[in-house]
Write a protein that binds this ligand. Structure first.
Ligand code: ADP
Length: 448
C-alpha cells in the first residue's frame, strides 16, 4: 500500500482546521492557537467529568460535577465569544491579556472546586504562565505570575468551612485541614514556581524571537546573494561586449571631432555624443564592478587611518562640501585584512548616499568599534530623508534608484564587495529620521 506524504484525506482535512504554526512575533496566529487549545481543553475536561460522573455516583461529588459542567459550559460560551470578536479586534495584545487573565480566573475556580489547598489542578497555573510568556513575552508572563500568586493567596485564605463543596470534597477524599503555616508555605512555593516559570519561559521565548529574526535576516541575505550572483553572471559578459565597441566609438569620434572643428554645430553634436558615451562608459564600468568585482589584494590595514583618509577626501570633494558635518568615533589599533581599494569603495559609496540624503547642515556619523568575537562593526549613520519600509527590500537590487541622476549600483557594489569578506550590509531606517548602514569585519589577529 502506498502511503501519501500528507497522510489520509481525513487527517489532511483535520490539519486544515488547525491554525498554521505561528512565528515568534505573530500574536494573531498565537491567539488562534490559544483559542483552539482552550476548546480542546474544555472537551478534555468534559470527557473527564463525564467519566467521574459515571464512575462515582456518590452524592457528595454531585455538586462538584455540576460545578464542573457549569464551568465547561462557560468555557465553550467564552470561546464562541472570542471566536466572534477575534476578527474585529484590532488591539490583539490587549485581547490576549484579557483572554489570559480570564483563563487564570477559570483555573482558580477549577482549583477552588477541586479541593483548594489539596487540588491536583494547581499545575494548570504553570501551563497558563508558559503560554502567557509565549504570547506576551517576559513582561506579560511576569504580570500573570503575580496575578496568579494573588489569586492563589486569595483562595487559600478563604475559610474552608464556608465552602460546602470544598468541605464535601475534603471529607470525601479523607483529606486533613492544613494549618496556617502550611498554607503560607504552599502560597510561597507556588508563587515562586510561577515566577521562575515566567522568567524561564520568557527567556526562552525572547531567545526564540531573536533567533527567528536573525534567521529571517540571514535568509533574505542568502536570497539577495543568490540573485546578485545570477544577475552578475548574466550581465558580466554583456557589459564586456558593450565596453569594447564603446571604446572604439569614443576613439573614432574624438578623431572626427578634431577634423570637423570648422563647423560649430557639428562640434556641439560631437560634444553631446562624447558626453553621453562617457556616461555610458562610467555606467558599464560600475556595472562590471558589481557584476564581477575584482578579486582584490587583501592586506593588513589600519582601519582608523583608512577611514580618516577616505572621510578627509570626501569632505574636501567640491560636489558636496559644506552641506554636512562628519563626526567620527574610531577605535584605534583596529586592523583588518582587506584590499584598500575595496574598503575605500565601500566607505565612499555609503558616505555618498548619506551625503545625498541630507539637507544642508546634515550630520553624518561614522563609527568603527571593536565588538565581541574579535570583530569590528562599522556604521555610517545620517539624519537624512530615510528610507520607507516598502523601499528597503529593493535598495540592494542593481539599478534600483529613487534619484533622478542615480545609477542604482552603489549599494549593489558595496554588497558584492562585502560578500567576498563574508560580511553583510545591514540597514536600519525610518522615514524622516535618517538611515544607518552597517557591516562587520573580522579584526586581524595581528592587532596590538
Ligand atoms: P543610487 O545612489 O545611484 O540611487 P544606490 O544603490 O547607492 O544607488 O542606492 C539605491 C537607493 O537606496 C537610493 O536611490 C536611495 O533611495 C536609497 N538609499 C541608499 N542610501 C540611502 C541613505 N543613506 N538615505 C536614504 N536613502 C538611501
Amino acid at each position: 500500500m502506498v502511503i501519501k506524504k500528507d497522510g489520509h484525506p481525513v487527517f489532511r482535512s483535520f490539519l486544515k482546521l488547525l491554525p498554521s504554526y505561528p512565528s515568534a512575533n505573530d500574536t494573531h496566529l498565537k491567539l488562534r492557537w490559544l483559542m483552539f487549545a482552550r476548546v480542546m481543553f474544555a472537551c478534555l475536561l468534559l470527557g473527564a467529568t463525564l467519566f467521574l460522573q459515571i464512575q462515582n455516583t456518590d452524592p457528595v461529588l454531585a455538586s462538584l460535577v455540576a460545578s464542573l459542567y457549569l464551568l465547561i459550559g462557560f468555557i465553550f460560551v467564552l470561546s464562541l465569544l472570542y471566536g466572534t470578536a477575534f476578527r474585529h479586534i484590532k488591539r490583539q495584545k490587549l485581547f490576549a491579556y484579557l483572554q489570559i487573565v480570564i483563563d487564570t480566573i477559570i483555573v482558580t475556580v477549577i482549583v477552588l472546586i477541586t479541593g483548594g489547598f489539596h487540588s491536583l489542578f494547581s499545575f494548570l497555573y504553570l501551563v497558563v504562565i508558559i503560554y502567557a510568556s509565549m504570547i506576551l513575552y517576559m513582561r506579560g508572563g511576569l504580570f500573570l505570575a503575580c496575578l496568579i500568586s494573588l489569586e492563589y493567596t486569595l483562595i487559600l485564605s478563604v475559610d474552608f468551612s464556608i465552602s460546602a463543596n470544598l468541605a464535601g470534597v475534603i471529607n470525601h477524599f479523607s483529606l486533613y485541614e492544613p494549618s496556617a503555616f502550611e498554607i503560607v508555605y504552599k502560597v510561597l512555593t507556588t508563587s515562586m514556581a510561577c515566577i521562575a516559570v515566567a522568567v524561564l519561559s520568557g527567556l526562552l521565548t525572547e531567545q526564540n524571537r531573536k533567533t527567528q529574526a536573525e534567521l529571517r535576516v540571514m535568509s533574505t541575505h542568502v536570497k539577495r546573494v543568490e540573485k546578485m550572483a545570477y544577475m552578475g553572471e548574466m550581465a558580466a559578459g554583456l557589459a564586456h561586449e558593450i565596453k569594447n565597441p564603446l571604446a572604439s566609438l569614443v576613439g573614432s569620434i574624438q578623431l572626427l571631432k578634431d577634423d570637423l572643428s570648422c563647423d560649430p554645430d557639428h562640434g556641439r553634436l560631437m560634444e553631446i555624443v562624447l558626453r553621453e558615451t562617457d556616461r555610458l562608459s562610467t555606467l558599464v564600468n560600475e556595472f562590471l564592478l558589481f557584476a564581477r568585482p575584482p578579486a582584490g589584494r587583501p592586506e593588513l590595514l589600519h582601519l582608523k587611518e583608512t577611514i580618516e583618509e577616505v572621510t578627509g577626501l570626501f569632505e574636501r570633494d567640491p560636489h558636496h562640501a559644506m552641506r554636512f558635518s562628519v563626526t567620527k568615533r574610531l577605535d584605534s589599533d583596529v586592523r583588518v585584512i582587506m584590499d584598500p581599494a575595496h574598503l575605500r569603495q565601500v566607505l565612499w559609496n555609503l558616505l555618498l548616499n548619506a551625503a545625498e540624503s541630507v539637507q544642508d547642515d546634515g550630520m553624518i556619523e561614522i563609527h568603527a568599534v571593536a565588538i565581541k568575537n574579535n570583530d569590528v562593526r562599522i556604521h555610517i549613520k545620517d539624519n537624512g530623508c530615510g528610507i520607507s519600509a516598502d523601499v528597503v527590500p529593493k535598495i540592494f537590487d542593481p539599478f534600483f534608484t529613487t534619484k533622478s541622476e542615480g545609477t542604482g549600483l552603489g549599494l549593489s557594489i558595496v554588497h558584492r564587495i562585502l560578500e567576498a569578506y563574508d560580511s553583510r550590509l545591514d540597514v536600519q531606517s525610518q522615514v524622516g529620521c535618517g538611515a544607518t548602514f552597517s557591516f562587520v569585519l573580522k579584526r586581524s589577529g595581528m592587532a596590538n
